[in-house]
Design a protein around this ligand. Structure first.
Ligand SMILES: Nc1ncnc2c1ncn2[C@@H]1O[C@H](COP(=O)(O)OP(=O)(O)O)[C@@H](O)[C@H]1O
Ligand SMILES: Cc1ncc(COP(=O)(O)O)c(CN)c1O
Length: 398
């Protein structure tokens, strides 16, 4: 009896290798079918039961189950590291994001990019499309009419102010956005991108400024005394905190989309509207060409960039992020500059070196601004760290 058992075991040992491969195949199949959740170990157990009287298989089964569990938790761990798990419907912090950008039928730019990124990162933006075009290369389609734009924006402002009043007086019996009436309507951020006409920029800008006035939103006033008390090194750190530069409860990121590499893709008078907007926008994100248009300065070197940043900050903006500057003497890199005034109205400027891919892509600016907004809201703190995080995601390998 013992002999027979031994013989069988010896035979099945070679046969066992085949079984091993077969199990491997089944295992891979389950993984391929994404069936690796809790049902899989049970299914596997049933598959293994017929072989249970061989110790060899018992050992393999346990090993497999252990490996599976390690692998499963490792995947979950990686997933947690990579993505932010937020229920998109769970807007408990009451943030309100308004994304005013273009919409295209084909391709990626404007709200197609911006709102996707924001939603993927757990925000719930309110979306206004300034144009509906065929694609970012073929501007065939329609622009939003001034009346439609005004109507929608006015309605939004009314809702926000109503929500404020109703939460002040505790009068929830009336209708209109019950959801917002329970949230903090001071936490509003505006993200604006492609706008084709002067009027469009003007209407949006006036609405934001008006809302700011009505809601009595003060610009950030940093506490000088506190900063003076902090030692020098820490003082530098405090200067870099975004919450000390802009009012995070209400801000406007304005991407003055006008053109790139000498090509203009909006009406020629839009530059005038954006020049006006530099007085009110909290963060402006021009590329090199747009910076040249706004400051009326040709950018040839770093001095020109800093001079232009200073000029825009002087108009009233709080932070200027020049998303890409390309110098003739350095074809393999792009440079990003961020500038703002510290408490003593001294210009602080930093630059980031970005390895340049040898292609010109449209829509990168829209990806940049939406990530920037998300990191400002979620992370806050040091502005350089916020920009680094954005650039880490933007980075593409050659
Ligand atoms: N050719 C490129 N190589 C590497 N990064 C790029 C390239 N083009 C754009 N980017 C990334 O996209 C960001 C925004 O791009 P930019 O061209 O300045 O915006 P816009 O689309 O508004 O002109 C840059 O800061 C950079 O991180
Ligand atoms: C319709 C539309 N929207 C937005 C953009 C802005 O693109 P970018 O992010 O490159 O500034 C463009 C530029 N091609 C565009 O054509």
């Amino acid at each position: 009896m013992r002999k027979r058992y031994k013989k069988k075991f010896k035979k099945s040992f070679r046969f066992g290798d085949l079984i091993f491969l077969y199990l491997f195949f089944i295992f891979s199949l389950f993984f391929y079918l994404n069936l690796y959740y809790f049902t899989l170990p049970i299914i596997l157990l049933f598959i293994f039961i017929p072989f249970y009287f061989y110790y060899y298989f018992i050992f393999i089964t346990i090993l497999f189950l252990l490996l599976f569990y390690f692998y499963y938790y490792f995947i979950i761990f990686l997933h947690d590291m990579t993505y932010i798990h937020v229920n998109p419907m769970d807007n408990k912090n009451g943030e309100i994001i308004v994304s005013i950008q273009s919409q295209v039928f084909d391709g990626f730019c404007g709200n197609n990019v911006g709102t996707f990124v924001l939603r993927r990162r757990g925000h719930i933006p309110k979306i206004l499309n300034t144009v509906q075009y065929y694609s970012k290369y073929k501007h065939i389609g329609a622009e939003i009419s001034n009346d439609t734009l005004k109507n929608i924006i006015n309605e939004f402002c009314k809702d926000i102010l109503f929500a404020d009043n109703s939460s002040n007086t505790n009068n929830h019996t009336t209708t209109v956005i019950t959801a917002t009436s329970t949230t903090n309507t001071n936490q509003i951020s505006f993200l604006t991108g492609y706008m084709k006409t002067y009027d469009c920029v003007d209407i949006v800008m006036n609405a934001i400024v008006e809302l700011k006035k009505k809601k009595k939103i003060e610009n950030i006033i940093t506490n000088n005394e506190n900063i003076e008390k902090i030692q020098n090194k820490e003082k530098e750190q405090v200067e870099l905190l975004i919450e000390n530069i802009i009012n995070l409860n209400y801000f406007w990121i304005c991407d003055p989309v006008m053109g790139d590499n000498g090509r203009v893709y909006v009406d020629s008078d839009v530059v005038k509207a954006y020049t006006k907007a530099t007085t009110y926008a909290d963060i402006i994100t021009p590329n090199q060409f747009e910076l040249e248009l706004l400051s009326n300065t040709k950018i040839n070197n770093e001095k020109d960039v800093i001079k232009s940043i200073d000029q825009l900050l002087n108009n009233g903006s709080k932070i200027i992020i020049v998303t890409s500057v390309r110098y003739s003497f350095d074809a393999s890199n792009l440079y990003l500059y961020v500038g703002f005034y510290n408490n003593n109205k001294k210009l602080i400027c930093f630059k980031f070196k970005i390895p340049r891919c040898d292609i010109d892509i449209c829509g990168t600016g829209d990806l940049f601004t939406s990530l920037l907004l998300s990191f400002i809201l979620k992370q806050k703190g040091n502005i350089l760290k916020i920009i680094s995080k954005v650039l880490n995601i933007m980075q593409v390998s050659n």
